[in-house]
Design a protein around this ligand. Sequence first.
Ligand code: PGA
Length: 220
Amino acid sequence: MEKLLIVANFKSHMNNNEAKNWLETFLTYKNNLLKVENKEIIIAAPYTLLMGFNLSFASTNIKIASQDISMFDEGAYTGEVNGRQIKDFASYVIIGHSERRENFKETDDILSEKVKMALKQGIKPIYCVQGAETKVPEGVEIVAYEPQFAIGSGTPDTPENAEKVCAELVSRSSNFIVLYGGSVNSNNVASFTKNGKIMGVLVGGASLDPHEFYKIIENA
Ligand code: PGA
C-alpha cells in the first residue's frame, strides 16, 4: 500500500519567529517522527520560510511543499517565484486551492500552466479540486478533494461522502492518489483515513499548532 500523505498547509500564517517556535515544539517529537514509515509528512510553508524549513528537516523524512508556483519560467515577472527557485527547497507544490481560484482569479488555464512548470522541475503537484467533476491537468498524480464549505469552517465533509468523491476521482484515473482536506483535526482524521480509500489529508488551521499536527500524524 502507498504511504498515507499528511500535508500541513500553513497558508499565509507565521513570521520567522513564529516559525522557529513551531519548529522547536514540533521537533520535540523528532525521535517518534523518524520512526514513521507508513506516512509521508509534508509541510507547505510560505515562501519566506521554505529555506529554513528545508534546512531544519534536512536530516529527517519530512518533505517540504510550496503553496504556489509561478506559471512562468525564470524571467521578468516581478513578484513571482518560479519552479527552478522552488525546487531548491521543496519537492511538492499545492496548486488549484480554492483560495487561489477565488482571491487571485486563477483559472483552469493558469493552473494547467502551473502544473506544467512544477512537472518540468520534478516538483510534485498536489492539485486541489472541489468535487469529482473539477478538471485535473495532465500529469497530476496527487489530487486533494477539498469541498469549499469544509475549508476553515469546522464542519468537515462526512467520511462517507469524501470516500465517494475520492472513489469517483480514482475511477477517472487509477494513477490518482486522492487526499481529503477541510476541517481535519486529530479527532476526526482517522474517520477519513481508516478505510484506506482516502490516501491522506490536507490540513490547514489545525496544522498551525505543532502538538495538534503531531497528533494528526499519530492518529491518521
Ligand atoms: P482547514 O483548511 O483545515 O483549515 O479547513 C484546509 C485547506 O484549506 O487545505
